[in-house]
Design a protein around this ligand. Sequence first.
Ligand SMILES: *[C@@H]1O[C@H](CO)[C@@H](O)[C@H](O)[C@H]1NC(C)=O
Ligand SMILES: *[C@@H]1O[C@H](CO)[C@@H](O)[C@H](O)[C@H]1NC(C)=O
Ligand SMILES: *[C@@H]1O[C@H](CO)[C@@H](O)[C@H](O)[C@H]1NC(C)=O
Ligand SMILES: *[C@@H]1O[C@H](CO)[C@@H](O)[C@H](O)[C@H]1NC(C)=O
Ligand SMILES: *[C@@H]1O[C@H](CO)[C@@H](O)[C@H](O)[C@H]1NC(C)=O
Ligand SMILES: *[C@@H]1O[C@H](CO)[C@@H](O)[C@H](O)[C@H]1NC(C)=O
Length: 652
Amino acid sequence: MGIPSFSFSMHLVLLSILTSLSLTSEAAQYRYHFCSNQTTFSPNSTYQSNLNNLLSFLNANSARETDFYNTTVGQTQTPENTVYGLFLCRGDLATIECQDCVSTSTKEIVQLYCPEEKEAVIWYDECMLRYSNRSFFSIMEDEPSKILWNFLDITEPDSLLQLTLGDLVPVAANASSGAKKFATKETKFMESETLYNLVQCTPDLSSFDCRRCLWGAITNLSNSYGGKRGGRVLYPSCNIRYEVFSFYHIQAQAVAAPPKGKGKISTAIAIVIAVTIAAAVVLVILLYCFRRRKASKKSNSINQVNSGISDGVLNYHAASEVTTLESLQFDFGTIEAATNKFSDDNMIGEGGFGKVYKGVLHEGKEVAVKRFSMKSSQGLEEFKNEVILIAKLQHKNLVRLLGCGIEREEKLLVYEFMPNKSLDIFIFDPRRRSQLDWKTFYNIISGIARGLLYLHEDSRLKIIHRDLKPSNVLLDHDMVAKISDFGMARIFCENQNIAKTKRVVGTYGYMAPEYAMAGVFSVKSDVFSFGVMLLEIISGKRNSGFYLTEHAQTLLAYAWRLWCEDKVLEVVDNFLMESCWTSEIVRCIHIGLLCVQENPQDRPTMSNVVALLGSESIALPKPKHPAFSVDKFIQIDKFSINEASISSMVPR
Ligand SMILES: *[C@@H]1O[C@H](CO)[C@@H](O)[C@H](O)[C@H]1NC(C)=O
Ligand SMILES: *[C@@H]1O[C@H](CO)[C@@H](O)[C@H](O)[C@H]1NC(C)=O
Ligand SMILES: *[C@@H]1O[C@H](CO)[C@@H](O)[C@H](O)[C@H]1NC(C)=O
Ligand SMILES: *[C@@H]1O[C@H](CO)[C@@H](O)[C@H](O)[C@H]1NC(C)=O
Ligand SMILES: *[C@@H]1O[C@H](CO)[C@@H](O)[C@H](O)[C@H]1NC(C)=O
Ligand SMILES: *[C@@H]1O[C@H](CO)[C@@H](O)[C@H](O)[C@H]1NC(C)=O
């Protein structure tokens, strides 16, 4: 009797949560700035107040439907205090996206980068902001300039680049006066790859100057081209960029618009939705915890909760899942078309539950589609669990679910596409490793830590991932780490700390001993997996595939031995040793060893880990003996490899 209304409310819950995912715009991405310390103003001067006015004018005008605006403040008063300024947004952005970037840039430039400089320019992925005490409107300037490269290599002739970017120059330059001087183009190369190209001038330039500026940039890019997967030239008057992933919105060509209207959502609606979500999430937790309490009363052992995949969250959602999943659907035909009918050419990954395909939607957005194999009943459970869980989560370091598709036997999940695939591909391949540096590794480690902290403590649910490993950490085009694959994850109630299962799932080499042996899991079993990953990232070696040549069975045993012998730097991959960050690296190894200690109580929580990673000044406790040989337990019949490697599929 209660079921219809319950299912209706769940429907709303998930619908509003998923809608909210598509509403959030990403924060503007800072790229570079320049301000000369030769020309500064003093605090509280007229120049400063003029500058502040200028910035708020620019800000206000970004709300109008324009991607470019120039203005002057203080001209009628004292000429020496006049400030000239402009902003330019990338030509494909919606007004709201442009507004976000201008708002960020006007704040950050004075707060973070150029607090007292009269003349400054700052570039983000989405916009450029510039001001000066001299009039620079309609003047072509290619200084200061910056070339930025994607750090990954590509094997592709630079002539393709020059040709494509060159093609765009007349398109942008010949635009009628007052119109955007902006052009993009996609070029196919090497069978399945696409090169995305963009050029843009500030529209105050003449056609002639725009052409001159763009050709200068293209020449400069070609002269220093070193076979990188992406690159850009930033000039004050124009900029160019190419990548092998889509970094701009491609104009839709008379095809059905995306399901949800984007941009231009009023704050009122946003607030209503936010409130709905907050209420809905609370409802979910209350209902869930209520059920749990009832269930655990029946159970003899308090710890024996959540045993088996059919218990807990899945049961709880069973009444509502059909309506829910249907209402979140991407049209099946759309996904089929996007992935070229699931052609093998589009396949980018494969695992126990099915295959992962790359897809391109009508509007050019790249997505990863996880297709669950038709027969696997386990696949269905995984599927429901993943949709319901991930729909509630939102964090920079978690992969974003865009929607799902379900039609008869077919089950599909649609994610944002991650051009750099997964972490295992980078850390275990010496050639790719050497393209990265310690700073990138460090950012990946702290990204994973922050994503995990969000799961454990900061989201309104307490979630244990249970299958953390490098192939479940995806990397976006900036190498930002995003945790994925929530097929094994479990929700805990606020006051629940530990659970036990008869069915141990996870991956050999990353499972904490108490989990592998006794099925007991908690936040501390995720911390263990994190510690293993951390040591793998630093050493470039797999914990499980470790060779006996080092007189140790596992990477953990090896690291511990070196630690005790005071030679811990030998764990570190040679190429990282060449960087001058050894103290930071040693600190990371130390934190890794704390995470893999045998006794779960000794391991730090993820909030401890984030704090320790973030500060050099917090003293680290001495690690105790780690749990080395999970492989010993695996050899006990009960934990066969089948169970132990149950999830190896990732959306890529
Ligand atoms: C300006 O910056 C340069 C280079 O960063 C520095 O050497 C110089 O001391 C700075 N001058 C002033 C006045 O701050
Ligand atoms: C600038 O003005 C603010 C607020 O009026 C004041 O607190 C501050 O001390 C002033 N700074 C200087 C350097 O005069
Ligand atoms: C904007 O720039 C144009 C030149 O491109 C100039 O004529 C105009 O005065 C500028 N507008 C303002 C408000 O400064
Ligand atoms: C801008 O400021 C600098 C230093 O404060 C000054 O030397 C220069 O003449 C100013 N430029 C103009 C056009 O007023
Ligand atoms: C090309 O780029 C370099 C480095 O950014 C810069 O020094 C040089 O002036 C640029 N050349 C041209 C023609 O823009
Ligand atoms: C752009 O303008 C230039 C010079 O006016 C002309 O030679 C060229 O053909 C034009 N290109 C296009 C695509 O209109």
